[in-house]
Design a protein around this ligand. Structure first.
Ligand SMILES: [Zn+2]
Length: 186
């Protein structure tokens, strides 16, 4: 199942019959072990852990695409954590936070916990501002149901929870939605 590989929150790591959940791993109602964090998969005997990646650093350039996780929603902006550069794909090794300003309509179409592909709008004075407005490839590539903690499935232009069947129309969805971006680095 890929010891050492990077896993995303909600990713299935195995079943309870095979493995014991360790740190940052939870078991859902159906006996599936899933990652609670963005991190590196570790297996000790039959115990599965995820060591969280405490992300990034590196000077980011204007116009560059990055992978980020949405952390906090404030009145006028989101605070995000940038975890990787997109092309070529590279995980950042030290944490970098950024903002997404809600002044553009499309920039409101993300939610806390989402993993997004965004563009660097400004990186002056160590203050990184991202945007998902415009570019068709930009947007959410991973989201989970806040009620059920399971990854939402893309159905046309909407996201649907496979567990409670709720429909989510509040996201700008990237064509990369549902793919594990971390497999790009391999
Ligand atoms: Zn749900």
């Amino acid at each position: 199942m890929g010891e050492g590989r990077v896993v995303i929150p909600g990713e299935k790591l195995g079943v309870i019959e095979e493995f014991v959940p360790g740190e940052n791993v939870y078991v859902n109602g159906r006996g599936c072990l899933r990652s609670e964090a963005l991190g590196v998969l570790r297996i000790t005997r039959n115990k599965v852990h995820v060591s969280p990646i405490r992300s990034l650093e590196i000077p980011l350039k204007f116009g560059e695409l990055v992978l980020a996780e949405v952390w906090v929603s404030e009145t006028a902006r989101f605070i995000v954590k940038i975890v990787a550069r997109w092309h070529p794909f590279k995980l950042l090794t030290n944490p970098v936070s950024g903002w997404i300003m809600k002044d553009e309509e499309e920039n409101k179409l993300i939610r806390v916990g989402d993993l997004i592909l965004a563009k660097v709008e400004s990186a002056l004075y160590n203050q990184i501002i991202l945007s998902i407005a415009g570019g068709k490839e930009l947007g959410v590539i991973y989201a989970k149901c806040l009620k059920c903690s399971v990854p939402l499935k893309k159905l046309g232009n909407t996201l649907v929870c496979p567990s409670c069947e709720s429909i989510h129309l509040d996201r700008k969805i990237s064509p990369y939605y549902g793919t594990n971006p971390f497999s790009r680095g391999e």
